[in-house]
Design a protein around this ligand. Structure first.
Ligand code: RIB
Ligand code: NA
Length: 350
């Protein structure tokens, strides 16, 4: 059968305004454009796995086109939406891309679907996001005995659902021997949350239990997780190596830091304990950055696919090759508007 990926995470409707500059306090400004489009880090990553493992199934006008090849992965998602129009649309988009949505719950009436208010600065394509969790924070644990369906070969987690649910899924995966990719976004906001999460990565050296298989995160998230590390520290090779060493010492097997325009830094367990670890791979060059929304999720999705393909083929995981391919996929996403809508199909990634 196909390699199986499960995403446990968030679904949001994105309300996006495109602006020529960010508004000042007290300023009312007129946008250059507005769009409502499907998002949420969890759903984006599920869509990324689905689209990047399939040939385009609709043409540019949305007309179905018969695929000439089979998908190369099976993708399932667990999470929660509200009993509202956004919730229906979010589920429909996942299903239309072949994602198994049987693990998605509908929250009680009155709890709205998650929403993200996004402002995209058109000159740079950079976004600012306000996430309102709604139903994402109401996953009912009494409803699903298990968050990780049997047969899952890789579990993907982010932090837009309650931390306790993330930890529950992590424990379930560990008990079943399923490797986990954690994208700790958004960064934990409190020291308590950071400590809880850290306790979950790691495993006392020598216990024989495996740590987290893949940690994929950006500079802000790195600074939030590594004690006494500031974002600026990551401007130097020494700072990057220090951060990576910290995670390797926690039992993380592959650590991948996305550094925006500077590229991607990665380090693997084989280097644990060495004085200098990791390698910085350059970014893809793109013509114009239109909207970075969904780029990190695209990266995580392509990377996850490379990991399950290796497992399915019985080959060792090549982290550098996975990072290069994921960079190429994310480079497509930043050149298009929206989150899920901007993620490329498999045949669009060279
Ligand atoms: O990672 C991008 C996503 O973050 C957006 O789609 C938005 O919903 C926020 O959750
Ligand atoms: Na985009």
């Amino acid at each position: 059968g196909l390699p199986r990926i499960t995403v446990v995470g968030s679904l949001n409707m994105d309300l996006v305004s495109y602006v020529s500059h960010h508004p000042e306090p007290g300023e009312t400004m007129t946008s250059n454009g507005f769009a409502v489009s499907p998002g949420g880090k969890g759903a984006n990553q599920a869509i990324a796995c689905a689209k990047l493992s399939r040939e385009r199934t609709v043409d540019k006008e949305g007309k179905p086109i018969p695929p000439t090849s089979q998908p190369t992965a099976h993708v399932a998602m667990a999470g929660a939406v509200g009993d509202d129009a956004h919730g229906k649309a979010l589920q429909a988009n996942l299903a239309a891309h072949g994602v198994d949505i049987s693990g998605i719950q509908t929250a009680p009436t009155g709890v709205p679907s998650g929403v993200a208010v996004i402002i995209v600065d058109e000159p740079t394509g950079q976004n600012r996001i306000i996430f309102s969790p709604g139903a994402n924070y109401q996953i009912d644990t009494t409803k699903s005995a298990s968050l990780v369906p049997q047969g899952t070969q890789l579990l993907i987690l982010q932090l837009e659902i309650p931390l306790d649910q993330v930890l529950r899924a992590l424990k379930e995966a560990r008990a079943a021997g399923v490797p986990v990719l954690l994208n700790p976004a958004p960064a934990p906001a409190t020291e308590e949350a950071r400590a809880k999460l850290e306790a979950a990565f790691a495993v006392a050296a020598g216990s024989g239990e495996k740590g987290l298989a893949h940690l994929v995160l950006n500079e802000t998230e790195t600074a939030a997780l590594v004690p006494e590390l500031k974002v600026q520290d990551l401007d130097t090779a020494a700072g990057l190596s220090r951060a990576a060493s910290y995670f390797l010492a926690q039992g993380v097997e592959n650590i991948v830091m996305t550094l925006g325009g500077r590229g991607v830094y990665y380090a693997t367990a084989a280097e644990a304990g060495k004085e200098v670890v990791g390698e910085l791979l350059p970014p893809e060059t793109v013509k114009q950055v239109v909207d970075t929304t969904g780029a990190g999720d695209t990266f995580a999705g392509q990377y996850a696919l490379e990991a399950v393909y290796a497992t399915a083929a019985g080959k060792p995981f090549d982290c550098a090759a996975a990072v290069r391919k994921s960079n190429r996929a994310a480079a497509v996403t930043v050149q298009r508007r929206g989150a899920q809508d901007s993620i490329p199909w498999r045949d669009e990634v060279a």
